[in-house]
Design a protein around this ligand. Structure first.
Ligand code: DHB
Length: 396
């Protein structure tokens, strides 16, 4: 005899099965991207810019790729490597993410290497920029830049512009050491002299004593790398210590003249020469559309080079999904990523199939006032620059 209770149990079972099937098909139709960034702490401007860049891409291009819904899951690691790794594990195991992305600083990017290798999951580095990171796992790719890529053209410019004696001043960790090494190599091979190499701590930097040392060395110029977000403090102390008045030129990678802080830096920033891959003032229809959408969605905040890393990182994921026709297997996605090329708001870019790093133009820029605002105005282009640190590896 079939009891009422049996019927109820059976229909509950069917309902549950139905629900499971629905969840599974919703999952199959969704691609989950775990975006891990420093949203709080001293490097929160990087997190804010990268997230806004990624969201601007989705705003402008929709939330589907190869017929799948793209879901962004944003998590804050507060700039601490232990947390980055723990969050990555949690996103893989509990959320079932298909791709990890973000990574605001080199140690944060490096911390997830073992997770990627275990889970066969791609990691799109949208911010961190030490050259060697991408060698640590086959699952890393990068849409930011590398410090050797940006520093070598600055050295060439210095060699060609009557700058003979330079002090280098960099933050004392991966990207700073890359900047110091590659600027020095290029500059001295072409006849320049490094008078002194100064390294500043990453945590709570006070530049004043270091700038005094620079001033005392009386160089023609100081070459600087600092991580994104501290440029305005540096510029204030540079002026307070009278380096401008002493006729010491400031040359740097574009991390020092962040687009979102530049107006705050004011007059002292004018004339600073930098090399970098992105300026909000880059003249192209793609960049005009990007800057307009970004500013509209973010209360007028200007996108900096971190934002373009987030924007292009999303493009890379969408384009790889189109290439695999929606297949989310990590190895398939990595194969699809290699060699992809597109027109970014920064200019033409591609992913080096050998290194999984971005190949891009590096622009020389000068800080100028345009219509009452400060911009990094591009005046020279080095086309399709590969990471020089990797070029050296393959020649060995
Ligand atoms: C890194 C961080 C930055 O803010 C930056 O501008 C460049 C490099 C890094 O930690 O890799």
């Amino acid at each position: 005899m079939i009891t009422r209770r049996m019927l109820m149990a059976a229909s509950a079972g069917v309902a549950m099965l139905g629900q499971t099937a629905l969840t599974a098909s919703a999952q199959e139709d969704t691609v989950k991207i775990g975006l891990i960034l420093p949203m709080t702490g001293p490097f929160s401007s990087t997190g804010r810019q990268v997230e806004a860049g990624a969201r601007t891409y989705m705003e402008m291009n929709g939330d589907t790729a190869a017929g799948k819904t793209v879901e962004l899951i944003v998590r804050d690691d507060a700039g601490t490597a232990d947390q980055t790794r723990r969050i990555a594990q949690e996103l893989v195991v509990n959320e079932g993410v298909n791709v990890l992305a973000g990574f605001g600083l080199t140690p944060l990017a490096l911390s997830v290497g073992p997770v990627l290798n275990q889970a066969n999951i791609p990691a799109v580095i949208m911010a961190a920029a030490t050259a060697s990171i991408t060698k640590e796992s086959e699952y890393y790719t990068r849409t930011s830049f590398t410090l050797p890529q940006a520093s070598v053209p600055v050295a060439t410019w210095a060699n060609e512009n009557d700058i003979n004696r330079v002090v280098t001043l960099v933050t004392d960790y991966g990207p700073g050491i890359d900047a110091e090494t590659w600027f020095t190599k290029e500059f001295t091979e072409n006849g320049g002299e490094i008078v002194e190499a100064v390294r500043v701590p990453l945590e709570n930097p006070d530049f004043a004593p270091y700038l005094q040392r620079v001033r005392d060395s009386e160089p023609d110029a100081v070459f600087v790398f600092l991580p994104s977000g501290v440029g305005s403090l540096f510029m204030r102390q540079f002026t307070e210590r009278g380096l401008n008045e002493a006729g010491i030129r400031l040359i740097a990678t574009g991390d020092v003249t962040d687009d979102d802080l530049l107006n705050e830096m004011g007059e002292p920033a004018i004339g600073t020469i930098t090399g970098h891959h992105y300026s909000a003032a880059h003249e192209s229809p793609e960049n005009e559309a990007f800057v307009e959408s970004f500013e509209e969605a973010n209360d007028g905040m200007r996108p900096n080079f971190m934002a373009i890393g987030g924007y292009d990182g999303m493009h890379l994921i969408y384009a790889a999904l189109e290439e695999t026709e929606g297949e989310v297997d990590g190895d398939a996605l990595m194969e699809a990523i290699k060699g992809l090329s597109w027109t970014s708001p920064r200019g033409p870019v591609s992913i080096d199939p050998e290194t999984r790093d971005i190949i891009q133009n590096i622009y020389m820029r000068e800080v100028e006032e345009v219509d009452g605002e400060l911009y990094n105005v591009e005046f020279e282009t080095y086309e399709a620059v590969k990471d020089p640190a990797k070029a050296e590896d393959s020649a060995e």
